[in-house]
Each structure stands twice: as structure tokens, then as C-alpha cells.
Design a protein around this ligand. Structure first.
Ligand code: KDG
Ligand code: MG
Length: 402
């Protein structure tokens, strides 16, 4: 089953998405998400200029061999651009395999390990009371798990606080905006937010929080300790993710569960964290960590060390990635939770899909392959628009992690 064609489609139905489409000699096509927020065209070029010429004529059934060929064959290994491109090829090949065998991808991954996939939504507000109201809206929609973020007095903007919609979209059209940050002010607010949320919603609702890589280890340890009475499902990205040793300090001080991984692109970024049990959830994604094949290897290592998965699922990951994540989540034994930010209606129209949400859980659907299509005619009506994630500076002007 030879690959006879492949192309990259870049579109912007509200935000930018990069998609790889691979076609076989039998006329079967598969899709892979290749979106790297704020650096989209680098992956598009990597695929068009360097990967697609290598795919033509290859057997689409050799998924593992193609992964190894692209990874080892580049000589320059790892990195978000390379691994997103490999992830797109891998995802598209799993899609083709499912369509060829007329079965949903999760059946090829060992079948269902559970009936459905627990997801968490994003609640946010400019202050604590607005966030409480936002969490209430999610509870009303049936969510069993909610991530809560709120504005910080004295700071003009805060990570995770949107513009009043259910979805939060950080990328801005044009050049990168600058945010202002103060860890001191942030640390004053967050414990009070969760005390208020537990008081309002009781013990059963799963509550999550994302510190978005901004604290030092000892600050994160202090936050984790302060949050212990409110038993979070997890505290995400407490310190810059590449700073693996930092987690040892946090771990010594707090029992708040820790999650990390959305910026990791291979198992080599997280094997120490997993093997030393310095984290509880590994949040690598299909799109950025080398596709379904590589994510399964990370999950297998994590399973040995009591670490569960928690796939990243922000709106900058296209519905193709969302579908792939759901097939993966349903199949792996040590699944934890899946992030779910709803895409805009425009995005859903460009990427019609079979996955569904009901009562706080999701289902990938029973369509062959991943169960997502790309309406190329509609996509062509939304050309690429340059957009960047924000940057961040402390109150005194020093650059800080965003
Ligand atoms: O592109 C960056 C976003 O995906 C990221 O900021 C979202 O942290 C995020 C999350 O947990 O969804
Ligand atoms: Mg995050």
C-alpha cells in the first residue's frame, strides 16, 4: 500500500492549524495535526520541503518503521518542529490503517480499557467570584472536572483568563503581546480561589490548576502545600518544564499531585521525572510528542512507575489531535484525564468529526480511522494569519516565562 501523495494544508478558521494529508495508491487518505502554536510555518516547511519527498513510495502500513526512519534518519533529533512533523506523519498513518481495516484507531491500540474518557474544562474569571460563576457553568454542562484560573489584582492580565467565553485562546493576531507578571501577587491569590471553590462545590468535583511554568521550585512547593487542604486533581507545570531537577524540591514538600509535559517532545524529556516518580501525570500530546506511536511508549514507561497520562488538549491542537488523543486515552491502561477546550464553530465546520461529549466524558466514536475529516474547500476560505503567543515580563521589566 504505497503512499502516492501528501500535502500540507494551513488554515485559520479563528486560529491557525497545520494539517498533513497522506494519500495511498488505493485512494485512502489519512490526516495528521502538525500545529505548533506561533511557529506554524516552520513545521509546514519541514514537512513539505524535507519529509514529504521521503514519504512518497513508502508502504503506509509500516508505521513504526516510518517513525524510526524519520527520527533516526534526520540525524538532528528531537525538538518541537521535528517531533511535530513526525507526529503528523504517524497520526495520518494510524488514520489510514484504521480506514483500511474499517475499524476505529482505538481498536488497533488494544481496544477499550474503559468505557469513556474523563475530561476537564477551563473555567476562568477576572477575579475569584467570576471564576466561581464560571466553574458553576461547567458543572451545569455536566463536567466532573474543571481547571480554574483567575485574574490577579494589580496585574493587567493573567494566564488562562479569557475574554468571557467558555474557550480561552491565548494566541493573538499580529506580533506577540507582552504580559506583566508577579509570582508574589499570584501566590497570594490562588489558595483563596481554591478554598472558595471547595466551599462552594464540595469535595467531589475534580479541581485542577495550571501555574504555566512560572514559579521557582520553592515557590511551587509553597503553593502545593497551601493547596493540600483543597485536594486538587493536579497542579500543572509548577516550574519551567525543562528544569527537571526542580521537581525534586517540590516533591519533598507537598503531596499535591503534579502534572507536566505539554512542551515535551520525546520520552527523553520526561524519563527522569517518571522513573523517579517526581510527577503524577505526564501530559505529552499526540501532536507535539511524535504521534500516537511515541505517546504509547511514554505511557508504557509511566505505567511502570505509577504515573498516569493527562493529554494536553488546548484549542491550538486541532480536532485531528483531539480525536487521536481520545483513541489513545480510551486504550491505554494508565490514562488519567484529558483536557478539553471546545473549538469554535468555524473550526468544527472545517474539521467535521465523530467524537462527542456527554456528562463530563468523551467518546472518540466508531468511525473507521480517527473519525475526523478536513473540508478543504472551506479551509481555503480561511488563509493563514500570523499570530503569536504572548511574552511575559515581571513588574520590573525582566523577561519571565509566559
Ligand atoms: O499554545 C500554548 C497553549 O497550548 C498552552 O498555553 C495551553 O497551558 C495550556 C493548557 O494547559 O492548555
Ligand atoms: Mg498548561
Amino acid at each position: 500500500m504505497k503512499i502516492v501523495d501528501a500535502k500540507v494544508i494551513v488554515c485559520c478558521p479563528g486560529r491557525n492549524f497545520v494539517t498533513l494529508k497522506i494519500v495511498t495508491e488505493d485512494g485512502v487518505s489519512g490526516l495528521g495535526d502538525a500545529t505548533l502554536n506561533g511557529r506554524e510555518l516552520a513545521v509546514a516547511s519541514y514537512l513539505s520541503d524535507h519529509v514529504i519527498p521521503l514519504l512518497l513510495g513508502r508502504d503506509a502500513r509500516r508505521i513504526e518503521d516510518t517513525w524510526q526512519y524519520l527520527y533516526k534518519g534526520a540525524y538532528w533529533r528531537r525538538g518541537p518542529v521535528t517531533m511535530t512533523a513526525i507526529g503528523a506523519v504517524d497520526t495520518a498513518l494510524w488514520d489510514i490503517r484504521g480506514k483500511t481495516l474499517n475499524t476505529p484507531v482505538y481498536q488497533l491500540l488494544g481496544g477499550r480499557s474503559r468505557e469513556s474518557v474523563l475530561v476537564y474544562g477551563h473555567a476562568n474569571g477576572t477575579d475569584i467570584e467570576e471564576t466561581v460563576a464560571a466553574v458553576a457553568r461547567y458543572v451545569k454542562l455536566g463536567y466532573q472536572a474543571v481547571r480554574a484560573q483567575c485574574g490577579i489584582p494589580g496585574l493587567p492580565s493573567a494566564y488562562g483568563v479569557g475574554r468571557g467565553q467558555l474557550s480561552y485562546e491565548p494566541a493573538e493576531k499580529g506580533l506577540a503581546p507582552e504580559n506583566v507578571w508577579s509570582s508574589e501577587r499570584y501566590l497570594h491569590v490562588v489558595p483563596g480561589l481554591f478554598a472558595r471553590l471547595r466551599g462552594e462545590f464540595g469535595d467531589d468535583l475534580h479541581l485542577l490548576h495550571d501555574a504555566h511554568h512560572r514559579l521557582t521550585p520553592i515557590e511551587a512547593a509553597r503553593l502545593g502545600k497551601a493547596l493540600e487542604p483543597h485536594h486538587l486533581f493536579w497542579l500543572e507545570d509548577p516550574v519551567p518544564a525543562e528544569w527537571q531537577e526542580g521537581f525534586r524540591v517540590i516533591r519533598q514538600h507537598t503531596t499535591t499531585p503534579l502534572a507536566v509535559g505539554e512542551v515535551f517532545d520525546t520520552i527523553y524529556d520526561c524519563h527522569t521525572l517518571i522513573q523517579e516518580q517526581l510527577i503524577d501525570y505526564i501530559r505529552t500530546t499526540v501532536v507535539h510528542a511524535g504521534g500516537i506511536s511515541h505517546l504509547r511508549k511514554i505511557a508504557s514507561l509511566a505505567e511502570l512507575h505509577h504515573v498516569r497520562t493527562g493529554s494536553h488538549g488546548a484549542t491550538d491542537l486541532s480536532p485531528i489531535c483531539m480525536a487521536a488523543a481520545l483513541h489513545f486515552d480510551l486504550s491505554v491502561h494508565n490514562f488519567g484525564i484529558q483536557e478539553y477546550m471546545r473549538h469554535t464553530d468555524e473550526t468544527d465546520r472545517v474539521f467535521p468529526h465523530h467524537y462527542t461529549f456527554e456528562a463530563g466524558v468523551m467518546y472518540p466514536g466508531e468511525a473507521p480511522g480517527l473519525g475526523v475529516e478536513l473540508d478543504e474547500t472551506l479551509a481555503a476560505q480561511y488563509p493563514y494569519e500570523r499570530a503569536y503567543l504572548p511574552t511575559n515580563r515581571r513588574l520590573d521589566g525582566t523577561v519571565h516565562s509566559w
